[in-house]
Design a protein around this ligand. Structure first.
Ligand code: ADP
Ligand code: MG
Ligand code: MG
Length: 251
């Protein structure tokens, strides 16, 4: 599904290399977690995959179902089925959540050369998904993320993901600011959307999130590279002993 080969990334305006030859393969239908100490480049990886500016790819590639997404515009990546749950969801005053989602869904369809979803169909789909994810219908009418609590923003992110039906979801969960309840919401959302044709890359500093999402594969990232790969037990090892032992072992 997603194959990242020897990815090298530096800051655009500074001579600072952040990703230093990162290799990662995420198979179809699998949930992979990336853990790692602060500053190891986890967020940079998610930003570069999403097409956010400010970074320069100096080598390597990221192949999603046979196509190098690093050569695509952000919208094209979304059309190819990539979804990135942003660390800090933007607030869009004056734009209703429903309108925003419908625009996003139809932009994706248009980029794929598909017909737009009619408003009747869209309403039907969004109501069904909101119900499935236990999201209050009232939230759909409010302006995007404006005045949303941390938990509501997370719910909204999951709803966005459900509506766009991506094949590759990347979630970068910040080290701070995610309380236990919000973390559970993220986990429930991921678990509800897990499916044979959909892969997840869940990035997290702490093991806690992985108490609720059992990943198929766990990677440890340090200093711009994946340094160790294993099963769920690797996350437990980090919880117990921190990163020091693993980093010493691979050094
Ligand atoms: P992580 O998410 O693992 O904590 P980041 O990707 O946020 O790591 O950061 C990796 C390194 O790159 C850090 O040393 C960070 O300070 C630096 N970095 C990332 N983005 C920027 C930026 N826009 N400007 C300056 N330094 C940055
Ligand atoms: Mg950080
Ligand atoms: Mg980060």
């Amino acid at each position: 599904m997603l194959e990242i080969k020897n990815l090298q990334v530096k800051l655009e305006d500074e001579d600072k290399q952040i990703l230093k030859g990162l290799n990662l393969t995420v198979e179809t239908g699998k949930v992979h977690a990336i853990m790692g100490p602060n500053g190891s480049g986890k967020s940079t990886l998610s930003y570069v995959l999403s097409g956010k500016g400010g970074y320069e790819v100096t080598g390597g590639e990221a192949i999603l179902d046979g196509k190098n997404i690093l050569e695509m515009e952000a919208e094209e990546r979304a059309a190819e089925g990539l979804f990135l749950a942003f660390q800090y969801p933007v607030e869009i005053p004056g734009v209703g959540n429903m309108t925003f989602l419908r625009t996003a869904v139809n932009a994706q369809r248009k980029a794929r050369g598909e017909e737009e979803m009619s408003s009747t169909e869209f309403l039907k789909v969004i109501r069904a998904k909101a119900k499935e994810l236990k999201i209050d219908a009232e939230m759909l009418k409010r302006p995007v993320n404006v005045g949303f609590s941390g938990g509501e923003k997370k719910r909204n992110e999951i709803l966005q993901m459900a509506m766009l039906e991506p094949k590759m979801c990347i979630l970068d969960e910040t080290d701070s600011g995610l309380d236990v309840d919000a973390m559970k919401l993220v986990a429930e959302g991921v678990n509800a959307l897990r499916s044979e044709g959909r892969s997840f890359l869940v990035i997290t500093h702490y093991q806690r999130l992985l108490d609720h999402i059992t990943p198929d594969v766990v990677h440890i990232m340090a200093n711009g590279k994946i340094v160790k790969t294993g099963g769920p037990e690797l996350a437990l090892e980090v919880e117990k002993n921190g990163y020091a032992d693993i980093l010493a072992e691979v050094a």
